[in-house]
Design a binder for this molecule. Structure first.
Ligand SMILES: [Zn+2]
Length: 121
């Protein structure tokens, strides 16, 4: 049985910043702020920096002992990409189409890394 629903409920109920790219949920490590990748089907997770690992039940325990003040936001690459494109559009609107080639180059570079990442997985 998938633990997707209880996992998402835990994150929402505790207002923990995350993003979900099925079947993986990403959030900032409770201990070091590094990126944690969790598989929602078995809830196994590991921090990419401090290598702390566990399951949803470990997070529930850790959450009780940690202040929500110390929690960091997860870096969400897709949101960052959208923000960058919006920033370019504002600049183009303000300064004209000289900036357009830079926007195209950045989009092309992001696309390159996305495709590379997808073939590496
Ligand atoms: Zn960590």
């Amino acid at each position: 049985m998938s633990l997707e629903l209880p996992t998402l409920s835990f994150f929402k109920a505790n207002r923990i910043n995350y993003y979900y790219d099925k079947p993986f949920l990403y959030f900032a490590c409770f201990l070091c702020g590094g990126e944690v990748k969790m598989n929602v089907f078995d809830t196994k997770w590991e921090c990419s920096i401090c290598k702390k690992s566990g399951t949803l039940s470990h997070l529930i325990v850790m959450n009780k002992h940690l202040s929500s003040q110390v929690r960091q936001k997860i870096y969400h690459p897709e949101n960052e990409r959208k923000q960058i494109i919006r920033m370019f559009d504002k600049l183009i609107h303000k300064y004209g189409s000289d900036i357009e080639p830079l926007k195209v180059k950045v989009e092309r570079l992001i696309q390159y890394y996305q495709e590379k990442k997808n073939t590496d997985e």
